[in-house]
Design a protein around this ligand. Structure first.
Ligand code: C2O
Ligand code: CU
Ligand code: CU
Length: 489
């Protein structure tokens, strides 16, 4: 084995000790090790912020291939062997519009089965559309076709594998990419911005040979969190921005289990919406919590003085035995602000009022998310992860819903950990949380269900008959059984 640069070994030791994410940020500490390694390459720490290749649709169509493959790359200045789509971390950014046909050939160049999910897209779960019950064996390929409805909500979506039992491993190794559904041309007025950035945040742990480190049983039960938190595959890159400009940031939390609690102190940040939801006017925010799977559409008005994009600790509870899952703060990027000339932009136009299901007649149902000692699958740390007392079984239909109906689901979490609850295809309107009614429409496809708590959501099953899944988006929990099948007909 070639010897590792000293700084990398030390950095990994520090990372393992949870120190790499000190208040100074990964980067400061990295440099502070006092040894600039010859292996540092463009794309590494303090390198300029880079973005995945955009693949925009044209004339209502976008066809592409995604090849899942083992990839030799460099992370934080050291060689790493990851899994990627088309050799890049993250995979290319898919940019489509309502009414488009998106065709993706998934080529499985891995040594394991995989498949593809377009998370959050409001498309059919059947046939060769967003069907996660399909398996694409090693060496094989599959042609997916997604017809995106003309009235699809604009916003930030993403793609990732969904082969049950391997989802966390495959994301953690590097398989993910962003999907942007553009604002409709028919919108009353465009949301003006000087520039746009796509930001896919992921985490990964590497061993001393640069290979992805397998989690322990306890890490799986807890939901693994990587030693390195990456922004578009880079450790703490530097963004340059011009004071006075308005930037649009499209953020994806592609971490397997880590909750992001984002801050950009000193900058003016406005939230357009999370997932497919969009507020009627942008909300000024100081902090943004994104559970695994959530996305945010943000406007940043650049203010002189620079800033750091950081994620702060979030206490999501514990699977027991060894303390909570509170992780250290991490600096994801630094923002260097320069002076420049800025043309004034039009104010953000108000957005269409969102649908509100609160008045609708709805069928009430309850779901119970639970973690219990005893039994459990291989590698679960002796713990069972269930919905309604059952572990996932691909041959069982757990719930049925009728096309055209509205359902109200109360999702009860009896465990000592938070679980981010996700339903494929149909976004969920949050109507009750923390024992209080929610007073305006909040539409997301992943909603957090805090430990020993419950939330209530409403779902309109207007379109798309077929069979799909709902699950905890802590992907280790999903793989360990916290998933069910819904059949809509
Ligand atoms: Cu992000 Cu079932 O998916
Ligand atoms: Cu999904
Ligand atoms: Cu969970």
């Amino acid at each position: 084995m070639p010897s590792q640069p000293v700084s990398r070994r030390r950095a990994l030791q520090l990372a393992a000790a949870g120190l790499a994410a000190s208040a100074a940020g990964g980067l400061g500490l990295w440099k502070g090790l006092g040894d600039s390694t010859p292996s540092a390459r463009p794309g590494d720490s303090h390198a300029p912020f880079g973005e995945p290749t955009p693949l925009p649709s044209a004339s209502g169509q976008l066809s592409l291939s995604l090849r899942a493959q083992e990839t030799a790359t460099s992370i934080a200045g050291a060689p790493a062997t990851v899994w990627s789509y088309n050799g890049s971390l993250p995979g290319p950014t898919i940019r489509v519009r309502g009414g488009d046909r998106l065709s993706i050939t998934l080529e499985n160049g891995l040594s394991a089965p995989t498949n593809l999910h377009v998370h959050g897209l409001y498309v059919s779960p059947a046939g060769n559309s967003d069907n996660v019950l399909i398996t694409v064996a090693a060496g094989e390929s599959f042609d997916y076709v997604y017809d995106i409805p003309a009235d699809h909500p604009p916003g930030v979506y993403w793609y990732h594998p969904h082969h049950h039992g391997m989802v966390a491993d495959q994301l953690f190794a590097g398989l993910y990419g962003a999907i942007i559904v553009e604002d409709p041309a028919s919108a009353p007025a465009p949301i003006e911005a000087t520039r746009e950035r796509v930001m896919v945040i992921s985490d990964i742990s590497l061993d001393s040979s640069g290979r992805v480190r397998a989690p322990t049983m306890m890490e799986r039960a807890q939901g693994r969190e990587g030693d390195l938190v990456l922004l578009n595959g880079q450790l703490s890159p530097e963004l340059s921005a011009v004071a006075g400009q308005r930037e649009r940031w499209r953020i994806v939390n592609a971490c397997s289990s880590r909750y992001l609690r984002l801050r950009l102190v000193g900058q003016q940040v406005q939230l357009l919406g999370i997932d497919s939801g969009r507020y009627s006017s942008p909300k000024a925010i100081d902090e943004l919590v994104l559970t695994p799977g959530n996305r945010a559409d943000l406007l940043v008005t650049v203010t002189p003085g620079g800033a750091a994009l950081r994620t702060l600790p979030y206490d999501r509870g514990s699977a027991g035995m060894r303390g909570g899952a509170t992780t250290a703060a991490v600096t994801l990027a630094t923002l260097r602000v320069t002076d420049g000339t800025t043309a004034p932009l039009a104010p953000v136009p108000s957005q269409p009022t969102e649908r509100d299901l609160r008045g609708a007649a709805a069928i009430s149902r309850t779901l119970i998310l639970a973690m219990g000692a005893g039994g459990g699958g291989m590698g679960s740390g002796g713990m069972r992860f269930t919905i309604d007392g059952k572990e996932f079984n691909p041959d069982r239909i757990d719930r049925s819903a009728t096309i055209g109906s509205v359902e109200e689901w109360t999702i009860v979490n009896t465990s000592a950990m938070d679980h981010p609850f996700h339903l494929h295809v149909w976004a969920m309107q949050l109507v009750r949380a923390g024992g209080q009614p929610v007073d305006s429409p909040v539409w997301q496809d992943v909603h957090n269900v805090p430990a020993q708590s419950q939330i209530t959501v409403r779902i309109a099953f207007d379109r798309f008959p077929g069979r799909t899944v709902y699950h905890c988006h802590i992907l280790d929990h999903e793989d360990l059984g916290m998933m069910g099948i819904i059949n809509v007909s």
